[in-house]
Design a protein around this ligand. Structure first.
Ligand SMILES: [Zn+2]
Length: 201
């Protein structure tokens, strides 16, 4: 599959892209060690969206394997994981960062967040009122210990690592280059993400 169009997601920002059913795309960690929070909505009814808890039930893993699908709150496939050219360390347990998260971490002033990036990107498409689903946290390294405790480790991705997904319905995908710089998930250095739309052949 060759790249058809490239969408740059600047560090700490978000971008939306509308995909037709069957369209594949790649999410690229441009410089490495950068988390991409991904959200997916049914383009014809944004009341249907990717749901992490429904996906975990569908695949019986914490995160889908290659060939498995992410499903919606109506238990329908919305994205399929086509290829994973990373160390395959991703997270689907942790909520996207939001203003309250940064307040809780002691940040006094405004701080960019994945929730605001989601809201801005959807508003630009005319969707003012949306649900706030759990994110698909690509490249995010949250090790789960045998006692159930969670770690907040830097992403292990290298520059150029990517994951390839395919839309299973007409889908709005929002990708946020996570602005988190207080805990070390982005190695305390937020960097850009790229979205490559792929030819379907
Ligand atoms: Zn974030």
């Amino acid at each position: 599959m060759s790249a058809q169009e490239l969408i740059q997601v600047p560090a700490t920002e978000g971008r939306a892209v509308t995909l037709s059913a069957g369209q594949a795309f790649r999410v690229v960690d441009v410089e490495g060690k950068q988390v991409a929070d991904l959200f997916a909505f049914n383009a014809t009814d944004v009341g249907e969206y990717h749901s992490a808890m429904h996906t975990r039930a569908a695949v019986s893993h914490l995160f889908p394997k290659v060939g498995e699908a992410f499903v919606t709150n109506r238990r329908r496939p919305i994205l399929t994981l086509v290829a994973d050219d990373t160390p395959a360390v991703h997270d689907m347990l942790i909520a996207p960062c939001d203003p309250e998260r940064y307040q809780g971490l002691g940040v006094q002033e405004w701080h960019a967040s994945c929730r605001e990036n989601l809201e801005i990107a959807m508003r630009e498409l005319g969707h003012d009122r949306i649900a706030h689903p759990a994110s698909i946290n690509l490249f995010m390294n949250i090790p789960v210990a045998t006692d159930g405790s969670l770690g907040w480790d830097p992403a292990v991705t290298a520059a150029g690592d990517s994951i390839t997904l395919r839309a299973e319905m007409d889908t709005i995908v929002v990708v946020s280059a996570c602005p988190q710089d207080i805990v070390p998930i982005n190695d305390r250095n937020p960097t850009p993400i790229a979205i490559e739309l792929l030819d379907s052949d």
